[in-house]
Design a protein around this ligand. Sequence first.
Ligand code: SF4
Length: 376
Amino acid sequence: VCPTAALTEVNHIDKVWEALNDPNKHVVVQTAPAIRVALGELFGMEPGTIVTGKMVTALKRMGFDAVFDTDFGADLTIMEEASELIYRIQNNKTLPMLTSCCPAWIKFIEHQFPELLEVPSTCKSPHIMFGTIAKTYYAEKNKIDPDNIVVVSVMPCIAKKAEAKRPELTKDNHNNVDIVVTTRELGLMIKEAGIKFEDLPESQFDRPLGETTGASVIFGTTGGVVEAAIRTAYEWITGKELENVEFHQLRGSDGLRKATVQIGDRELKIGIASGLGNARTLLEEIREGKSQYDVIEIMACPGGCIAGGGQPYHHGNFEIVKKRQEAIYREDRSKRYRKSHENAEILKLYEEYLGNPFGKTAHRLLHTHYEERERI
Ligand code: SF4
């Protein structure tokens, strides 16, 4: 199940049905960017078929009170992560900054490189940020007791199940995210509900937490998180509009890649690793003081979340992964807005609730910390 055989899948389907059948619960669901380009495979569709609209319809028919998008959380992550990167650069703080969306790699650094816990961004991952906002901003706006909100995450990932239970993310027994199911589990649930997925009409995500940009979609593939961050950091640093938002030097499928991006008078050096062996190479360079990078993206699964351990099995066939990756970039190109800081609902969230990106409230709600864990 897990591509590195480090984890065994635990099925949480019954917990979701139980929540959906509880009339006292307001059950919201969010779906990660990688789900929409792979779920169709479980229903006989070609790899890379984009099934966003059918997936939303299926979730609505299953009885969720609101169907939202983890891409909203990804746009929020970029607001915070790009701000943190700029803060670190302008204040001579720790560089390189490492992305923190992947809980498997975060666990890896906590166990294997505890002396480097200052280097990852402190941003919570997108689905955890989403869960936090659902239980605060969304709850207050809709006058719902957060204790009665159940947040379900559909993830391409088994490690996200463990992440949702991290003690620092479940303060005072309040979960940010209550239940995590994988793409495969969602496929099973759709079948259990007797829904004929192939024949479904398309629907839109609910608002406001379903408003998203192309930058958030590309989180689903290796290189996407750092590309999304650069789209925003570029405009914030230079004050100029980015003419071409596609940074092809950051794309690809090799497990270890490096690239540069010119931002104003600074050439930003970027490293990208997918697969923990490649992550180790970059982390050892940092530990030895030899790292050449300003920012590094790390994803535990080779290829990123599109090839995650909760996705339909690809059995090592990277042609399938490539088709999912192409679909991710198609989805990005189809979006009217392709930079996270152009997401109108995100801007409203800051205006009404969070204050400034990387400010006091944002820090309290959207950032976390890491701890040394027993070396294994
Ligand atoms: Fe999960 Fe793999 Fe994505 Fe990391 S890269 S978040 S382990 S699916």
